[in-house]
Design a protein around this ligand. Structure first.
Ligand code: GLV
Ligand code: MG
Length: 352
């Protein structure tokens, strides 16, 4: 049990107080970069205005002999490059790794004032968040920070999924969560070598024809299913219940832009606010998918205008509208408003 009153108090003397609400800024894509690569660092001024969140990756996909350079590169980006409204995040190494303590101490000391969120991989339960929570408070106090750094957990172990609600509510520092389909597949012993997306073996099929010769009826209709549906839906519920933000994670097949768009859209419809982009082509996909469709925004605006007090039953274009659909329309319009503030093209498309 935790005393709820302590949620408003810092966990170390001199650390900034926890935030009462998680700020919701445009978060359509978390763009992953490895700053051990000098060329990547040089490109940051051009990339930053095109993404909502820029993440300096220190964990998987960064070779062991480049880990230090990736951390140094992130520090350089945080110190030297103006990012405008784009958020700066990092993914630190996992909590059992030999690098994570130095990741956290260095980053908070050097660029804590620039960093919005620390993504923590392979979170298994609230104890992992409690550890990071206290450590960050101590480091923030030491660095004299005035605003708390938030924490984002990757949901990528079977135990993490089993504990998802407790992770979401473990600390007021919890900003959100992402699905990590690669590590999660391994942890569950799912038989797929893909990073996110469907699989031709995971499908449904029509019943066989009842005729004397079933084959004469032609092939049975069949379709792939989404093996991530259950976990995304669970994560969305845990996050929404805790007032934090759910994200779909990586889509590994960079060339399969249609598969990526389909996976992102399923996550968007279920309630995710964004996804990871691993390549510039996925930035555009995320921007398209996680910005509400202008036609839907126009319809939602009409509903809000037609029902100014949000009460009672109304018919619009033959569709029943009431207090609940009014709230659905609020979700769409408030997201559109938030994104329009950052994006002139969307502003025009939404007519704000
Ligand atoms: C991401 O970290 C994943 O494991 O999919
Ligand atoms: Mg992973």
């Amino acid at each position: 049990m935790r005393n709820p009153r302590n949620f408003t108090k810092p966990l170390a003397i001199g650390a900034p107080a926890p935030l009462p609400e998680i700020p919701f800024k445009p978060s359509r894509m978390i763009h992953f970069l490895d700053f051990s690569n000098e060329k990547m660092v040089a490109k940051v001024p051009d990339i930053a205005p095109t993404v909502d969140i820029l993440l300096g990756n220190l964990e998987d996909a960064v070779p062991v002999d480049k880990k230090l350079a990736a951390r140094d590169g992130l520090v350089r980006v945080g110190r030297e490059i103006e990012l405008g409204a784009t958020q700066l995040w990092t993914r630190v190494n996992s909590l059992e790794s030999p690098s994570v303590l130095d990741d956290l101490t260095t980053i908070v000391r050097e660029i804590g004032h620039r960093l919005d969120v620390v993504m923590v991989p392979k979170v298994e339960g609230p104890w992992d968040i409690h550890y990071v929570d206290r450590l960050l408070a101590q480091l923030e106090a030491k660095a004299g920070l005035e605003r708390p750094i938030l924490v984002h957990a990757i949901l990528e172990t079977a135990l993490g999924v089993a504990n998802v609600e407790e992770i979401a509510t473990a600390s007021p520092r919890m900003q959100g969560m992402s699905l990590g389909p690669a590590d999660l597949a391994a942890s569950r012993r799912m038989k797929t070598t893909r990073v996110g997306g469907g699989h031709p073996g995971y499908r449904v099929i029509d019943d066989p024809a009842q005729a004397a010769e079933p084959d004469a009826a032609g092939p049975r209709a069949t379709a792939q299913q989404d093996p991530w549906h259950y976990t995304i839906a669970r994560m969305v519920d845990a996050c929404a219940a805790a007032g934090i933000l759910p994200f779909y994670g990586p889509y590994g097949d960079i060339r399969d832009v249609e598969g990526c768009e389909t996976q992102f859209r399923a996550a968007y419809l279920l309630g995710c606010v964004g996804a990871w982009s691993l390549h510039p082509v996925q930035i555009e996909i995320a921007k398209r998918v996680f910005s509400p469709d202008p036609d839907e925004v126009a319809f939602a605006k009409r509903v809000l205008e037609a029902i100014p007090d949000g009460r009672g039953v109304h018919m619009i274009d033959g569709k029943m509208q009431d207090d609940a659909t009014w709230k659905q329309c609020q979700v769409i319009v408030s997201l559109a408003q938030l994104l329009a503030e950052r994006d002139e093209q969307l502003k025009a498309a939404y007519g704000f």
